[in-house]
Design a protein around this ligand. Sequence first.
Ligand SMILES: Cc1cc2nc3c(=O)[nH]c(=O)nc-3n(C[C@H](O)[C@H](O)[C@H](O)COP(=O)(O)OP(=O)(O)OC[C@H]3O[C@@H](n4cnc5c(N)ncnc54)[C@H](O)[C@@H]3O)c2cc1C
Length: 410
Amino acid sequence: MDFTLDPDTVAIAEAVLRFVEREVLPLQERHHDLLGSERTLFDASGRYVPEVLALRQQVRKRSAELGFYTLFGDEKLGGGGLGAQAMVHVQEALNHRVGPAQPLVQTVVLPSPFTNGLSPVLRHLNPEVLARYRDGIASGDKTLCFGLSEPDAGSDAFGMKTRAVRDGDEWVLTGTKQWITNSPYADYAMVFALTDPEAAARHKGGVTGFFVDTRAPGFSVPRVINTMGHLGGDTGVIVLDGVRVRDEYRLGEVGRGLAVAMDGVNAGRMGMAASCLGLARWALDQALEYAKVRKTFGVPIAEHQAIQFMLADSAMDIYAAKAMIQNCAWRLDSGQASTAQVSMVKAFSTEMLGRVMDRSIQIHGGMGLTNELRLEDGYRFARVMRIPDGTGEIQRRTIARQLLTGQADL
Ligand SMILES: Cc1cc2nc3c(=O)[nH]c(=O)nc-3n(C[C@H](O)[C@H](O)[C@H](O)COP(=O)(O)OP(=O)(O)OC[C@H]3O[C@@H](n4cnc5c(N)ncnc54)[C@H](O)[C@@H]3O)c2cc1C
């Protein structure tokens, strides 16, 4: 196997980094008073303040103008259609360069792979309806969210209670969605609801997807869910109180909603894994630099074997994750079944980032715990990533099932 990247992919990653270095990071620096602290980033309800939303929109639109925002969108949707190998390379490079907690970079320069931007889920929307919305989404002007999980339905999506009941040419949606990323700010939501509860109870379909305008009567986001010590964020609760959606706004066939929802899950998991890889490399760089300059007992701490072992363990973790990610991306691009591999990559890379961030904090001593170095932010991010897009246990369940049915092809 040869994972040498083609020159075009290398050039694209360099162009994205140039954009971030020349335009986005300087913009962020100019607005440091606003963006540098969560006390000014969020309002009392935990939502981004309007000025921050405007800056994020400005960066999205500029990224779209330059062709970056839609790089990984399906060609059928008018996106760049770049494959998994290109995607993981760009995500790794970007996260390695910027590190964690950059409010104008992460999920802004490039959207989260299937929950925003030119999501593969949009391929299931009626082409005439899509035509009305596509340009707004592709230009970064409008954003999306993906509403599958509920208070009583996360790993087991069939446990959802949100109902969609047909009424003539319309569907009436009622229920509550929880943990929905970008829901407090999204213009449109891809919402999944029960249309046949009996079929869903037998895990045989019964769920249907809908494209919903978040300004529709009955649609509200009553609260933001703050996690891991943050003062705000982008994950919210959606309440659907008799929201009317025309049938033409359905996503895919009636009863096939979970298949629609899972379309793009590979891209999401690979994108997350590659971001974790980039952040782990960033954290190891910080630890290496610090270990060379910080002295104890008359020598740089890099000379202590205990520190060297932590550096080496992190390098092993990163190398293993990188090899898995590259191999899996190559499998996906060459059309090989990779269900077990994608689950291994997602679980391993997110857990790997936790270990690497932890060691980097340890190497920094007390400095590692300060907010300024962003290591503790990276540590919290790593802990969070083990839950969404399938928990570590759900990934292991998938891997084991693939092994037990002889499909893992290791
Ligand atoms: C930051 C963040 C962003 C998110 N964004 C979105 C989003 O945009 N859209 C969306 O729809 N959802 C989103 N989610 C929801 C996410 O997908 C769920 O939290 C996740 O699937 C887990 O579901 P749960 O929280 O209900 O946990 P549960 O499913 O209740 O699981 C609880 C525990 O039991 C374990 N478990 C469950 N079933 C099994 C089993 N069969 N075998 C072994 N262990 C099991 C789990 O691994 C976990 O440890 C987000 C979550 C977070 C934290």
